[in-house]
Design a protein around this ligand. Structure first.
Ligand code: UDP
Length: 236
């Protein structure tokens, strides 16, 4: 039974359940970019992102990454373990793109031979500013042990996802992860992994199959999301 609304973000709502250890996450079709300045609805996006996340998380669990995911409930809803979200967005990059390219003057598409992990403070009001782990530690957002765990898990996620997408004709350029803590402090992967939170380029054509189609007005947004769902659902 869905209980009271606990939190509403740009793309999801989180509801309580009769079990204090479990929440229901509802995925919305709303899309925002540039910190909410650009807004639209992308038809079917909520169900696609829910389905993609629900497909990936059990596989990540099987690869040794603890996550908040329990099970899919409906096209737009999934049941998750209740966590307290650490207010740090963890970005993992295989190839230069987006803000990394802009900040450092490195052409988009330049491969990064060593994975780059970046941390941002999850704050819409401040525009998710770049931070480092000392900032997170000093401001009490995570302990040293939790930060080490987050880095280890982020690299494990990359190790699983990069070949997973490669086998499906997709270059995984970069992605954003969020982590939460269970009661007792154990760190688990939370939030979604979807075309909203990753950059996916078709391996053959270089075509963008992610939210950059919306951010950059490239058209074909719904088709790109649907294509990514088809590829993710493809058997190994
Ligand atoms: N990203 C995200 N949420 C954010 C910021 C970034 O999911 O609030 C994802 C984004 O989709 C991309 C990766 O993190 O896959 C790196 O994004 P970047 O820092 O290049 O930011 P952008 O260029 O999107 O502003």
């Amino acid at each position: 039974m869905r209980g009271e609304l606990r939190y509403e973000g740009k793309a999801k709502r989180v509801y309580a359940t009769s079990d204090p250890g479990q929440y229901i996450v509802e995925y919305k079709d709303d899309a925002t970019a540039f910190n909410g300045v650009k807004r639209a609805q992308i038809a079917g996006k909520g169900a696609i992102n829910n389905a993609i996340t629900a497909r990936l998380y059990p596989r990540l669990e099987a690869a040794g990454i603890p996550t908040h995911f329990i099970r899919l409930l409906s096209p737009n809803q999934q049941l998750v373990r209740a966590v307290s979200i650490i207010p740090v967005e963890v970005i993992v990059r295989n190839v230069a793109a987006g803000s990394f390219s802009k900040r450092l003057g490195i052409a988009e598409g330049t491969p990064l031979p060593h994975p780059v992990i970046e941390y941002c403070y999850k704050s819409d009001a401040l525009g998710d500013p770049l931070i480092n782990t000392d900032t997170a530690l000093s401001l009490g957002w995570a302990s040293e042990g939790q930060l080490l765990k987050i880095r280890e898990l982020a690299l494990k996620v990359r190790h699983f996802l990069t070949p997973f997408f490669e086998q499906r004709g997709v270059r995984l350029i970069d992605f954003k992860l969020e982590f939460g803590t269970l009661e007792g402090g154990a760190v688990v992967l939370a939030d979604e992994i979807s075309p909203d939170t990753c950059r996916f380029w078709d391996a053959g054509t270089g075509e963008k199959l992610d939210k950059d189609r919306f951010r950059r007005d490239l058209g074909g947004v719904e088709d790109a999301y649907a294509e990514m769902l088809r590829r993710v659902l493809r058997e190994d």
